[in-house]
Design a protein around this ligand. Structure first.
Ligand SMILES: Cc1ncc(COP(=O)(O)O)c(C=O)c1O
Length: 416
């Protein structure tokens, strides 16, 4: 039986607890949606003002050189690299995850075609975040070269479907809905045994679980900075390519930022001889600058410490839901095994949407994903055991009193 006192004791012994002070979160809010939009680092407002007033307002166009705007995609990429087992100059921050998927998919397919042209299968999960499937579909339709998309329904069936016809496998490291965590090294090994390449979507794992892209022999990775990395709404995404693939193919979104000598203003495209060739055009500099505020907080600790706390909090959340809310038709869909769990907990309930709305009205902010999924993000940088205790008490009250049935919680809003 877990008690509030026990949660207080855990918090008193939590060495990561002071990091919460570096975020600005409303007092009355328990924020369980850092897996969708990370919280605001306190330094972000100061940084935004410096970029807008000094760099833009005063230094004007000089800031491309003076403030290092031009190099920002690689400079930020190198900082993020420290969280994902990447070497310097292997990661860029640019564009969106969707666009970056297009670029690395085109590269991976191109690399495979250079070797031989018989591999015509792309594998993904039916339960992928839909944009990944949409981008694969769009790419296949555009090149129109007889590629087939095979979707798996269970992560465990991957070994049954990968063959020597597989060109590329696109997987979310952590599933956005269930929180299932793939064994990155094992999947890479399986794929490489059959000559396939893997693209990892890190949106729900970057900043949430330890990642070692080089150590696990990965090929390509893409992911958001606005979730666990706390980069700000709509902040540009990251893209990583193994050093052997950086210049192996010329990705087709060949904009001037990816040119070897952009200011030569040459008529023809010559790709940069490094990871910069994955850039396309001018980046949202204000937004991009803010990403550094979030990453700098991570660099004060390490991913192993964060993982330990994340697993403690997700274990606690699961145990408390079972202890406090049994008999209310809740079904856990997040794996219980640590090695298959990311940093969020998802539970199904037939009135999941309404329950999430009632919780939000109480200041417990999670989100809802079809079908019936209440998704509760557990961000170890700014959540405590007592936060989890209180969140579950609110959930219990919402269920016991059927508060979710009130009319104001029935209307579907645009963003769920
Ligand atoms: C797993 C996954 N991939 C891709 C995306 C979408 O990324 P973007 O909107 O930056 O293209 C999301 C957004 O939530 C996601 O969860």
């Amino acid at each position: 039986m877990i008690t509030l006192e026990q949660c207080q004791q855990w918090d008193a012994a939590d060495i990561l607890a002071p990091l919460k002070n570096q975020f600005e979160l409303p007092q009355e809010v328990i924020y369980l949606d850092g897996n969708s939009l990370g919280a605001k680092p306190k330094k972000a407002a100061e940084k935004a003002l410096a970029v807008i007033n000094q760099q833009w307002g005063t230094d004007l166009i000089n800031s491309w050189n003076k403030a290092g705007w031009w190099d920002l995609p690689v400079r930020l990429g190198n900082k993020i690299g420290k969280l994902i087992g990447a070497n310097d100059n292997e990661t860029v921050v640019t564009d969106t995850t969707s666009l970056n998927l297009f670029k690395v998919l085109a590269s991976a397919i191109g690399i495979q075609k250079q070797k031989d042209n018989h591999r015509k299968v792309i594998i993904a999960e039916r339960d992928s975040f839909p944009t990944d499937l949409y981008m694969i579909e769009g790419f296949m339709a555009m090149i129109n070269q007889g590629y087939e998309l095979k979707l798996i329904d269970q992560p465990t069936t991957l070994p049954d479907i990968v063959t020597d016809d597989t060109a590329v496998i696109v997987l979310s490291h952590v599933n956005y809905r269930t929180g299932y965590l793939h064994d990155m090294a094992a999947v890479n090994q399986l794929a490489h045994k059959h000559g396939a390449l893997v693209i990892w979507d890190l949106c729900h794992s970057i900043g949430a679980v330890p990642i070692d892209l080089n150590g696990s022999d990965s090929d390509f990775a893409i992911g958001c900075t606005y979730k666990y990395l706390n980069g700000g709404p709509g902040a540009p995404a990251m893209l990583w390519a193994h050093s052997q693939y950086q210049t192996a193919f010329n990705q087709p979104l060949s904009g001037w930022w990816g040119h070897a000598k952009p200011f030569d203003m040459a008529v023809n495209y010559t790709p940069a001889g490094n990871v910069r060739r994955f850039l396309c055009g001018t980046q949202p500099i204000v937004s991009m600058n803010l990403i550094e505020c979030g990453i700098d907080i991570f660099l004060q600790t390490d991913m192993q410490a964060l993982r330990k706390k994340s697993l403690h909090l997700t274990d606690l959340l699961i145990q408390l839901i079972e202890q406090e809310c049994s008999g209310f038709d809740l079904t856990l869909i997040t794996p219980r095994e640590h090695h298959h769990r990311g940093s969020h907990v998802s539970i199904r309930h037939p009135h999941g949407y309404e329950i999430v709305q009632a919780l939000i009205a109480r200041g417990v902010i999670g989100d809802y994903r079809e079908p019936e999924v209440i998704r509760l993000g557990v961000t170890p940088l700014y959540l405590s055991s007592v936060d989890i205790w209180q969140a579950v008490q609110h959930l219990k009250e919402v269920l016991q009193t059927q508060q979710w049935a009130q009319p104001q919680f029935q209307t579907r809003r645009q963003v769920t």
